[in-house]
Design a protein around this ligand. Sequence first.
Ligand code: NAP
Length: 293
Amino acid sequence: MNVAFIGLGIMGKPMVLNLRKAGHTVFVHGRRTESMTPLSEAGCTACQSAAEAASKTEIIIVMVSDTPDVEQVIFGDNGVIHGARPGAVVVDMSTISPTATRRFAETLRARGIEMLDAPVSGGDVGAINATLSIMVGGKPGVFARVKPVFEAMGKNIVHVGDNGAGQVAKACNQIVVAVTIEAVAEALTFARKNGVDPAKVRDALMGGFAGSRILEVHGKRMLDNEYTPGFRTRLHQKDMNIVMQTAKELGLALPGAALVMQHLNALMGTGGAELDSAAVMKIVERESGMERP
Ligand code: NAP
């Protein structure tokens, strides 16, 4: 199939390479010209604007940072909307606000253009290995049209519901990840303060109900006091901001998520923006005088 792909960062670049590997024809656009060079070398066609890339295909993927970035790429000067033809599908794979997503989908539909929200989890490793989990919102028929393209980039591909439902699922994912990171950090600090080896405690917990991927992966980072990302704190803070903003719009109390948001804020304020978000441990330790060098 012919696919346009806009946003060639940590996630976008390997996702494009996997689309090529699966035999799709890809028209790429990155706001820095040099970000397109390795993809041109891999056989993609470089386009000077999002509008130009969108004009070439019926499936237009966007993978940029935050809600205002998606809005700019779709509706701004030289944006997707200035090139996309009626009948095309805009597939936003960035993690952004569900409320804004529904608004974008309505505006596009008025122009005869469909939209899917299809945020991912699995990190850069999942993007490189084409094993991303993809959570999709939009019409079932549109999902069926785009599914072969998703299959080139991911493994666990779930149509969750109507427009915005994919972003809601991603926000749920981030709530579970954040609150579990907090729980693991508190438990391992509790062990250490009691004079008990936290590594042994982690081993003991892994086999029972408290076992999880977070205890395994993030717990190890906490034990090692080694926070090379992984998933950067500034991106996790962005995602929890989406969660808290949506909860505010709905009049919904999320006290656990709100608490972790404060710890992410503190981590950002103490120079941790580029660390893996498991470094919430550093804030938990600091609060109880348990810092490690
Ligand atoms: P990234 O490396 O920062 O890449 C973002 C890309 O979007 C960059 O190439 C950037 O261009 C481009 N961009 C941002 N704003 C733009 C704008 N207004 N106009 C045009 N281009 C713009 O981020 P990433 O890690 O690939 O993440 C992309 C999305 O996936 C985010 O929503 C993130 O939350 C989500 N995500 C990331 C991970 C992860 O582990 N990294 C996992 C799951 C989901 P420049 O290169 O010019 O800055």
